[in-house]
Design a protein around this ligand. Structure first.
Ligand code: PLP
Length: 404
């Protein structure tokens, strides 16, 4: 057995579908991480919008400790208390009447899409099968969700793709009008595109989608895998817009680092997910549900949600101050603790060059495409960590500028 694994071991043993950074973090606390050599980092990456309460938050640690000594897993032949409590917590806090639990965002979206298709078959017939989504969107890596996603490079090269999927342009209602009709089964959209570059939908766009769905008996699906569970400053981003979907998917922040996903919908639509139509071995796993319940209850409070909005302003101020000095950004945008800084024309495509420099300076960040620096920190990141992390990020950007 390897005693101290190295980055070379990744290349040796792991399937080559990722290219991780060189450092290997071994410990985390709040918004700080430490690597094998004891070097400390401030975490603005947040496990790609997953670590909603940072690393090893006591509330989540306690939830997992307590549940791990009681019951981990039963399968769906039995139900369990944490899953039922989590479902109740989600129903009470949202538009939804019914919850389907699973283990990831892709699985939640797969369930949403299959449900939309089944609902159309049940109520309107097989011909109503068109799913409209958007270029640059991201919905997961299962073959159905990756095909609905709007980045063809991820779905090509795997043989015939699932049919009945159309792509319109995000924030362009006219492009949707050209595709929508009687045969539209559902429209799937992220209220703010995450992987596509941190692009918030406009109010008029989402309202227009809601209206088009209503006019065409189609279901509106909000993929809130990245925007959900406090990330936007509300429990779910749809609340910011006041526009209610028919189906909503959640994962990432929901488990705060433990794999869990959920699909939320109304009673009438959920009926189409009758016994035996769909399932997942780990869906509603007791351990996962206990952690997610603790996360939702902790996050859905005025203190935490107001804190997210306050921290958003702090991040913005710091990024603007950096930009004032170095002029590297064209636009700073986002909601809550999900922010993007698009590079200025002079630094086109250079966002990815910031990441290794930032790591050298002791701060971890993300990109969303080659041209957007993305940050998805803990919803409760301390102000001191924001300040110190930004000082480190500024040094990384200073070096990028010096490189020319
Ligand atoms: C990350 C993400 C997914 C996929 O979630 P997985 O847990 O990786 O399957 C789907 N939709 C959006 C918007 C995402 O950000």
């Amino acid at each position: 057995m390897i005693t101290t694994p190295t980055r070379q071991d990744f290349d040796h043993y792991m399937a080559p579908n990722y290219a991780p950074q060189q450092v290997i973090p071994v410990r985390g606390e709040g918004s700080r991480l430490w690597d094998q050599q004891g070097r400390e980092f401030i975490d603005f990456a947040g496990g790609i919008a997953v670590n909603s309460l940072g690393h090893c938050h006591p509330v989540l640690v306690n939830a997992i400790k307590e549940q791990s000594e009681k019951l981990w897993h039963l399968s769906n032949v039995f139900t369990n208390e944490p899953a039922l409590k989590l479902a109740e917590a989600l129903v009470k806090r949202t538009f939804a009447d019914k919850v389907y639990l699973c283990s990831s965002g892709g699985e939640a979206n797969e369930a949403a899409l299959k449900l939309a298709r089944r609902y159309a078959v049940d109520h309107f017939g097989e011909q109503k099968d068109k799913i409209i989504s958007f270029t640059q969107s991201f919905h997961g890596r299962t073959f159905f969700t990756v095909s609905v996603g709007g980045q063809p490079k991820y779905s090509q090269g795997f043989g015939p793709v699932p049919g009945g999927i159309l792509h319109a342009t995000f924030n362009d209602l006219e492009s949707v009008r050209q595709l929508v009709g009687d045969d539209t089964c559902a429209i799937m959209v992220e209220p703010m595109q995450g992987e596509g570059g941190i692009v918030p939908a406009t109010q008029e766009f989402l309202q227009g989608l809601r209206d088009l769905c209503d006019e065409n008996d189609a279901l509106l699906i909000f993929d809130e895998v990245q925007t959900g569970v406090g990330r936007s400053g509300e429990l779910y981003a749809y609340k910011n817009f006041g526009i209610t979907p028919d189906i909503l998917t959640s994962a990432k922040s929901l488990g705060g680092g433990f794999p869990v996903g959920a699909m939320l919908t109304t009673e009438a639509i959920a009926k189409s997910l009758a016994i035996g139509t769909h399932g997942s071995t780990y869906g509603g796993n007791a351990l996962a549900s206990a952690v997610a319940l603790a996360a939702v209850e902790f996050i859905d409070t005025p203190e935490v949600l107001d804190g997210v909005k306050k921290r958003h302003e702090l991040f913005r101020e710091h990024l603007q101050a950096i930009n004032h000095k170095y002029g590297v950004f064209k636009e700073i945008r986002g909601m809550g603790m999900l922010m993007g800084a698009e590079m200025s024309p002079e630094y086109e495509g250079r966002a990815k060059d910031i990441l290794p420099l930032a790591i050298e300076e002791g701060v971890m960040a993300l990109i969303a495409g080659p041209n957007v620096l993305r940050m998805a920190p803990s919803l409760v990141i301390p102000e001191a960590d924001i300040k110190e992390g930004m000082a480190r990020l500024e040094r990384a950007i200073e070096r990028l500028v010096a490189q020319g």
